[in-house]
Design a protein around this ligand. Structure first.
Ligand code: GLN
Length: 554
C-alpha cells in the first residue's frame, strides 16, 4: 500500500500585545482557514501561560467554556474556534499550558532523567515547550502549524514562551518560521487620530525578548490609512505590506474575508517561501455568511443557565445556534435567562414569548430549581425543548416529580440520600477523588433507536458525541419513565448508559447527556441544533398564525 506523503511543516507563531482580548484565536483561525482554502493542511495549537494543567478545574466565570476534544482533553475555548473554522479535529496536543509543561519536567526530574543536573527554566522548561511546539508538525500531517501564544507580550509568565519561540525561530531555517504579532491601534476621539505608540511599545517589548515580528495585524475601529501603515512599518521594523489592518467585524465568521482582502495569507506564504497559486476556495463559506446575514425569519430562544452573565461560558452553544440559524435562514436571538432568577411564580412571564428553550449544562446546586420550573413550563405548553447534559438530567428530575409523582426525586450530585435518585453517580466514578481530568470525557459511541425523533434528526443509528460528566440516568427507573412516556432513545451499548431521552407526545422535547455543541462547525452545523431551530421556527410561525387569527390573544 502506498504510504501517504509525509509533510514537512512550517511554523507560524501568533503573539499578542497592548491588551488581551484582541482576538488572537480568531485571527489564527482566519489565517488557517485561508491557507486551508488554498489546499494546505493546517492545524492550530494554543499555548496558555497559566499553571493549571488544563482549564477543566476552572470556574467558567474565570475562563469561559471548557472545550472538550474527541480524545477527552479539557481545553481552552479557542480550540472550539479552530474546529469550527477549519472543520478538523483537535486533540490534547493542541493545547499546552505552563502547568502541563512544568508537570512533565518535574515528573521527569523525579524519574531521574536529569540526574546530576540542576533543573531550570532555561533550558529545561524552554526545551519542553519547544518539544511540544514542534510535536504536531512532526506527525507529517501538516504543511503549517499555527501556534497561538496565550496572554500578552510583557506578562512575566509569557517570558519562557517567547524564549522558546525565539529559539525555535533561531534553530530553524529562515523561511520555516514566521511570527505574527497582533496589536491594537486605538483611535483617540479628542485628537481625532489613530495612535501607533502602543503598538511601537509592544513590538519593542517583543524585540527585547529577541523576537522581531514578521507581520503585524493591527486591530482597529477605523481603517488604517497608508501613512499610518508606513509609520508603523518604519518604527516597528517590518515592511509596509506586512502591516495588516483588522477592522472590527459584525461577525467573527467575516474575519477570514477581511484577512483575504488584506492579503494576510499571501504575505504569510511569501515570507514562508511557499509557492501556492491556487485560488482561495471559500464558496461554501461565503454561502454560509450570506445566509447568516440575510435571514428570512427570526426566533427567540431562551438559554437557561447559571453563568449567563458571561456569554463565553456557553461559547459553543452560541456558535452552534449561529450555524443552525444560517442553515435555517433564520436569525436566532438568544434570551439569556439566569436560572436563579426563575421561579414557578414568574416562569410564565419569563418564558411565554419564547419559541424554544435550551437548558444548559452545569454543575452543582445553584439555579437548578429555576431549570426545573422552565422545563415543566415548556413540557406542559408544547414549547420546543433541548436539554444538554445537566439540562437532560434536570428534565429527568422534572418528569419524575411532576409526572411520575416522586416528589423528592433528585440527582445525587445535589442530594445524596434522596428517595428516588433518578440521576446517580456513574459506577466508574465511585472511587474517583481527584477533580482534574477525571470525568467521563471525550467521544463515546451512542446507538439511536429507530423511528424516534433522534433517529429522524441524525438519519442514522450509530453516532459518536463528546462528553463531560460524572452522573448519569439511573437505569433502575427506566421502565417507570418509559411507561409514563419519557423514553430513552440513545444508549451507549457498552455500559447501557442513557445518552438521549425524548417525549414523543411533545412536538420537540429532547435531552442529551453529551455535548453536541462541541461538534458543530460552519461547514457541518450540528443536526440537533439545526432541528431544534427548525422546530422553534415552526412553533413561532404557528403561533403568529394563531395570533393573527385571534388578535385578542395579545
Ligand atoms: N453535573 C452533571 C454531571 O457531572 C452534568 C455535567 C454537565 O452538564 N456537563 O453529570
Amino acid at each position: 500500500m502506498a504510504s501517504k506523503a509525509q509533510k514537512t511543516a512550517k511554523y507560524i507563531f501568533v503573539t499578542g500585545g497592548v491588551t488581551s482580548s484582541l482576538g488572537k484565536g480568531i485571527i489564527a483561525s482566519s489565517l488557517a482557514k485561508l491557507l486551508q482554502a488554498r489546499g494546505l493542511s493546517v492545524t492550530i495549537q494554543k499555548f496558555d501561560p497559566y499553571l493549571n494543567i488544563d482549564p477543566g478545574t476552572m470556574n467558567p466565570y474565570e475562563h469561559g467554556e471548557c472545550y472538550v476534544t474527541d480524545d477527552g482533553a479539557e481545553t481552552d475555548l479557542d480550540l472550539g474556534h479552530y474546529e469550527r473554522f477549519l472543520n478538523v479535529r483537535t486533540s490534547q496536543a493542541n493545547n499546552v499550558t505552563t502547568g502541563r509543561v512544568y508537570h512533565n519536567v518535574i515528573t521527569a526530574e523525579r524519574r531521574g532523567d536529569f540526574l546530576g543536573k540542576t533543573v531550570q527554566v532555561i533550558p529545561h522548561i524552554t526545551d519542553e515547550l519547544k518539544r511540544n511546539m514542534l510535536l504536531l508538525g512532526q506527525t507529517g500531517d501538516y504543511d503549517i502549524v499555527i501556534t497561538e501564544i496565550g496572554g500578552c507580550v510583557g506578562d512575566i509568565e509569557s517570558l519562557p514562551f517567547l524564549e522558546a519561540v525565539r529559539q525555535v525561530k533561531f534553530e530553524m531555517e529562515e523561511h520555516d518560521t514566521l511570527v505574527i504579532h497582533l496589536t491594537l491601534i486605538p483611535y483617540l476621539n479628542s485628537a481625532g487620530e489613530l495612535k501607533t505608540k502602543p503598538t511601537q511599545h509592544s513590538v519593542r517589548m517583543l524585540q527585547e525578548s529577541g523576537i522581531q515580528p514578521d507581520i503585524l495585524v493591527c486591530r482597529s475601529e477605523h481603517p488604517l490609512p497608508y501613512d499610518i501603515r508606513k509609520k508603523i512599518a518604519l518604527f516597528c521594523n517590518v515592511q509596509v505590506n506586512s502591516v495588516i489592518e483588522a477592522m472590527d467585524a459584525d461577525t467573527i465568521y467575516a474575519v477570514p474575508l477581511l484577512m483575504l482582502k488584506e492579503r494576510l495569507d499571501q504575505r504569510a506564504l511569501y515570507m514562508l517561501d511557499i509557492y501556492n497559486d491556487k485560488d482561495v476556495d471559500l464558496d461554501s463559506w461565503k454561502t454560509f455568511l450570506s445566509r447568516l446575514k440575510n435571514p428570512m425569519d427570526s426566533i427567540r430562544i431562551g438559554l437557561v443557565g447559571k453563568y449567563v452573565e458571561l456569554h463565553d461560558a456557553y461559547k459553543s452553544i452560541v456558535e452552534s445556534f449561529i450555524h443552525a440559524g444560517a442553515a435555517n435562514e433564520c436569525k436566532v436571538n438568544i434570551e439569556w435567562i439566569h436560572s436563579e432568577s426563575l421561579t414557578s411564580d414568574n416562569v410564565v412571564e419569563k418564558l411565554e414569548n419564547l419559541d424554544g428553550v435550551l437548558v444548559a449544562p452545569g454543575f452543582g446546586e445553584r439555579g437548578i430549581d429555576g431549570k426545573i420550573s422552565a422545563i415543566q413550563y415548556v413540557r406542559e405548553n408544547n414549547i420546543p425543548f433541548f436539554g444538554i447534559c445537566l439540562g437532560m438530567q434536570m428534565a429527568v428530575i422534572e418528569y419524575a416529580r411532576n409526572v411520575i409523582g416522586w416528589e423528592n426525586a433528585h440527582s445525587v450530585e445535589m442530594h445524596h440520600d434522596t428517595d428516588h435518585p433518578v440521576i446517580h453517580l456513574m459506577k466508574d466514578q465511585k472511587d474517583v477523588s481527584n477533580k482534574g481530568g477525571t470525568m467521563r470525557l471525550g467521544a463515546y459511541a451512542c446507538r439511536i433507536k429507530k423511528d424516534t425523533l433522534a433517529h429522524s434528526i441524525y438519519g442514522k443509528t450509530n453516532i459518536s458525541e463528546r462528553h463531560r460528566h460524572r452522573y448519569e440516568f439511573n437505569n433502575k427507573y427506566l421502565k417507570d419513565f418509559e411507561e409514563k412516556g419519557l423514553i430513552a432513545t440513545g444508549i451507549n451499548t457498552e455500559n447501557d448508559l442513557v445518552e438521549m431521552m425524548e417525549l414523543p407526545s411533545h412536538p420537540f422535547y429532547i435531552g442529551v447527556q453529551f455535548h453536541p455543541e462541541l461538534k458543530s462547525t460552519v461547514m457541518n452545523p450540528h443536526p440537533l441544533f439545526v432541528n431544534f431551530v427548525r422546530a422553534a421556527l415552526t412553533y413561532s410561525l404557528e403561533r403568529k398564525t394563531v395570533e393573527s387569527l385571534n388578535p385578542l390573544i395579545h
